[in-house]
Design a binder for this molecule. Structure first.
Ligand SMILES: CC(=O)N[C@@H](CCC[C@H](N)C(=O)O)C(=O)O
Length: 381
């Protein structure tokens, strides 16, 4: 597929880019996808919605399995700073993680199979809320998806650091286990001049942050990559008032489930120590957690063999990423893989200037359409 043939999907990507919406609020996005699907021949397409997500099934000629393809839908609370001529019209929101590209590519692959039917069934999953609170797990548990559950599943993620025409993947772990972290500390406020009558949560909180940083350095096997980042700290109301409340927000990322359990247990122990040491109360909320993205070895090999021998694209065996992706929940139950698609932009994911190259759209549509066609078509006996 060349850039001209991909033009309808580039237009769709631009329309999607303009309307980024937060997780489970992707109403306009859902509407746009449904309106596009409505333009396709109805006899080959069954459509369902689940919350703000969309499911589209293309029945096969003589199905033996169901092949799934997933695209995520939500935008991020980031004010766009690109110079692209089709910027976000939702102030303070941006498709800064490439989900507009993911959806347009999925629509391109879907359209190909509406016109070129294969033996196996196909299900396209447009999933809300990847950036949080996580749409994959509840979608997997929904009746809508349970009845159309694929036997094998694929997805891609744009990769700013690779040139267009590059596909990067690895068998096994691709994305980390993640957990959010929200901790509140409650003490006694008071006058800055009478510290002996108050119980200062600024002090307790800063001590806690220091202690949290010892978990990775002193409790986790150094060969087991792990991150504990506190990205936000809030306390107090005024310079001469002792703070009765402090809050920290962070994220944990691990390459093993065991380390995630260990970190969470250690945090609970440290909080007990802070409560005893500072005579305060604490509350912890783990927010949303994502299970790792673990690529199936057999399917990954079949895809890498295909890319190497049957496409002009460059294949890279990449390292694991410490980012999270709730596609991991799909791969926990269904074999398949996720890969990185080079989109060649100097700014990383979640950056206000992220501007993926649209030339990657035909690369992805053509490679996935050809790969899916091969695996979903049996030789005539
Ligand atoms: C691809 C990507 O950037 N994913 C996000 C997933 C968010 C997980 C959750 N909100 C957390 O912070 O733990 C990422 O930040 O890796």
């Amino acid at each position: 597929m060349d850039i001209e043939q991909a033009s309808p999907f580039i237009q769709l990507r631009r329309q999607l880019h303009q309307i980024p919406e937060p997780g489970f609020n992707e109403h306009k996005t859902q509407q746009l996808i449904l309106e596009y699907l409505d333009t396709l021949p109805k006899d080959r397409l069954y459509i369902r919605t689940w919350k703000t997500g969309v499911l589209a099934k293309i029945p096969g000629n003589r199905p033996q399995k169901c092949i799934g393809y997933r695209a995520d839908m939500d935008g991020l609370p980031i004010r766009e700073q690109t110079s692209c001529p089709f910027p976000s019209i939702h102030d303070g929101y941006m498709h800064a993680c490439g989900h507009d590209m993911h959806m347009a590519i999925a629509l391109g692959i879907l359209t190909h199979f509406v016109h070129h039917r294969i033996d196996d069934d196909l299900v396209f999953i447009f999933q809300p809320a990847e950036e949080g609170p996580g749409g994959a797990l509840p979608m997997l548990r929904s009746n809508a998806l349970r009845e159309w559950k694929p036997d094998v599943i694929f997805a891609l993620h744009v990769a700013p650091e690779y040139p267009v025409g590059t596909i990067a993947i690895r068998p096994g772990l691709l994305f980390a286990n993640t957990s959010e972290l929200f901790i509140d500390l409650y003490g006694t406020g008071g006058h800055a001049a009478r510290p002996h009558l108050a119980n200062d949560m600024v002090i307790a909180c800063t001590q806690l942050v220091q202690q949290l940083q010892t978990i990775v350095s002193r409790n986790i096997d150094p060969l087991d990559a792990t991150i504990l980042t506190i990205g936000k700290m809030e306390a107090g109301t005024k310079q001469n008032i002792i703070a009765d409340h402090a809050r920290i927000e962070g994220t944990i990322r691990t390459t093993s489930k065991k380390s995630m359990e260990l970190i969470q247990t250690r945090i609970e122990s440290l909080l007990k120590g802070i409560e005893a040491g500072f005579n305060c109360k604490t509350a912890i909320d783990w927010g949303c957690s994502y299970c790792q993205v673990y690529n199936d070895a057999k399917w990954t090999k079949s895809f890498t063999d295909f890319i190497t021998h049957q496409t002009p694209y460059q294949l890279i065996e990449c390292r694991e990423s410490m980012a999270g992706e709730d596609f991991g929940y799909f791969l926990n139950e269904i074999p398949g893989f996720m890969f990185w698609l080079g989109v060649d932009t100097p700014y990383g994911l979640h950056h206000p200037q992220l501007d993926p190259s649209e030339e990657a759209i035909p690369v992805a549509i053509s490679s996935m359409a050809k790969y899916i066609a091969q695996m979903g078509t049996r030789k005539k006996s």
